[in-house]
Design a protein around this ligand. Structure first.
Ligand code: ARE
Ligand code: CA
Length: 477
């Protein structure tokens, strides 16, 4: 059965209003609007340095989020990096020299480095010796903090509906810094400025929700001009602290966008009536980092993750075609337990070796470096995004498990999330007639492995379960 859908003038006008969000791009940078970042989770500094030069720069990836660089507690788990012991740049991911060399390599390749800044808290252990030899106790960190630097709430955070508790008590039992104190602000600032002196371009503020917005702003206001601030403020239903409270310091990740992608691509449930309504309750595009998953959500069942590799590839393609937000890709390793860190040798995380660059495999074994950002469909969709620029999104269909939209006159994206028994669908499009390459079907060997033709302003396509068609004016045959 052929289906056709013509846009009415009214629908076009209301959807045009959607697209008026030019000027994305991390903060004040001069880079193009279509910036894309990638989280290289738990990659050591040498491996990031190499990846910037060999892959990220050439692929047009604009920034890389790296793991926290400071000295941490000792242990075998990945999350030791989220328990600072000092602000020495010496960790299982590399030395200060390696960190600086990474920043230089990335900068030379045109890739900005965003460092994960763990500044809400220090460690949870009663006492110990850190990775770089620093002796500490839970409320005493030599040369940095002593007992009066911390909040004294007497316990952990349990009630996320209580703002005071969320900000002044201990997240997971981690000693909670009091950022309202000038000396604490200055110590944090000195750490961030040290990272800047080593070449970083911005920060992910870990657990930003747990720092009073005005205290965080007092710190970020003192950063040099042009330093990017991206904040982890997880949107929680019914919580008093919301991402919007943090716009004074910078951008936020929109966790509802990520959750919706899981509902769409894993549960295969169409959530919204129109493309516009999909953004209800989301932070505004120009303040938002969009993402399929991060290192937490790939472990907590809230996101599409590598365990359903094809869904991950599709969700990533959708996000890159979308006009909303500034996308961050995730590149990660396979794990068989929540705590599992990647392979290491004598306590040092080993260099990354990607299991394959060919595209999603059917499954992965523990410790495989999946390198999702190298999948040909993802690399081709970065180009899609570059070519469609800020052209508005026009809805073509959102029924029968088919989601289709045009980036006006420049790109067309169609995904089918249900069994269509190979039905033929027809869409009217503003793309010029011609033969286009389906970006989603790019392979390492062949950028144009599948073609789609626009004839007389229409495309006719066969759709089955998980069909993705992505064509744009920059990839014609
Ligand atoms: C580990 C152990 C814990 C132990 C703790 C102290 O797993 O059992 O109590 O150590 O010994 C990471 C890991 C944690 C790890 C921690 C410290 O994820 O497992 O704890 O490092 O080593 C909230 C916060 C949000 C936070 C998530 C995890 O709001 O900021 O919890 N995310 C960031 C990072 C994490 C990191 C930390 C913060 C700490 O991305 O990787 O922890 O630096 C609702 C709320 C959310 C809440 C969420 C989960 O959705 O709306 O705000 O997120 O529930 O509780
Ligand atoms: Ca706090």
């Amino acid at each position: 059965m052929a289906k056709s859908l013509k846009l009415t003038a009214l629908a076009t006008a209301s959807l045009l209003a959607l697209g008026g969000c030019a000027g994305l791009g991390l903060g004040n940078s001069n880079s193009p609007d279509s910036e894309v970042g990638v989280q290289l989770f738990m990659w050591n500094w040498d491996s990031v340095a190499r990846e910037c030069k060999e892959v990220l720069g050439p692929a047009g990836i604009d920034w890389v989020l790296v793991a926290p660089p400071q000295e941490h507690i000792q242990g075998d788990q990945w999350w030791i990096h989220y328990q600072p012991v000092s602000y020495k740049i010496e960790s299982a991911l590399g030395t200060r020299e390696q960190f600086e060399a990474m920043n230089k390599s990335c900068g030379d390749a045109g890739v900005k480095v965003i460092a994960d800044a763990v500044i809400n808290h220090m460690a949870a252990q009663e006492s110990g010796i850190g990775f770089a030899g620093t002796e500490f106790s839970k409320y005493e960190y030599p040369g940095l903090y002593s007992a009066q630097s911390f909040h004294d709430c007497g316990g952990q955070i349990y009630d996320y509906t209580n703002k005071d508790e969320v900000q002044n008590c201990e997240l997971l039992g981690l000693s909670d810094l009091n950022q309202s104190l000038p000396e604490v602000q200055n110590t944090i600032l000195a750490y961030l400025n040290d990272l800047i002196s080593l070449g970083v371009d911005g920060f992910r503020i870990d657990a930003a929700k747990h720092i009073a917005a005005e205290d965080l702003k007092a710190i970020t206001d003192q950063l040099p001009e042009g330093i990017q601030v991206l904040q982890e403020v997880i949107r929680g239903g019914g919580e008093p602290i919301q991402p919007e409270d943090y716009f004074g310091s910078g951008m936020v990740w929109e966790f509802d966008y990520m959750r919706n992608l899981r509902t769409l691509f894993v549960d295969k449930v169409a959530l919204f009536d129109t493309l516009e309504s999909r953004l209800a309750g989301h932070s505004p595009s120009e303040k938002t980092i969009s993402f399929v998953s991060n290192h937490d959500t790939e472990r907590n069942q809230q996101a599409v993750n590598y365990q359903t590799p094809e869904d991950f590839a599709m969700a990533t393609a959708f996000m890159l075609a979308d006009s909303y937000g500034e996308p961050m890709l995730l590149s990660s390793y396979a794990f068989d337990s929540y705590d599992a860190a990647p392979a290491s040798s004598e306590g040092i995380i080993s260099d990354v070796s990607c299991v394959s660059g060919e595209g999603p495999q059917s499954s992965y074994s523990a410790n495989d470096w999946i390198c999702q950002h190298r999948w040909p469909s993802t690399l081709a969709m970065i180009k899609f995004r570059d070519f469609v620029e800020d052209s508005p999104m026009i809805e073509l269909q959102n029924t029968d498990g088919v989601l289709a939209f045009e980036r006006e006159a420049k790109g067309l994206f169609i995904v089918s999330l249900s069994e269509q028994t190979q039905e033929v669908f027809e869409f009217s499009t503003g793309l010029p007639d011609g033969i286009y390459c389906n970006a989603y079907k790019a392979t390492v060997a062949e950028a144009c492995a599948e073609t789609v033709e626009v004839v007389d302003g229409k495309v006719s396509v066969e759709l089955g379960l998980n069909t993705v068609i992505a064509i744009h004016i920059g990839a014609k045959k």
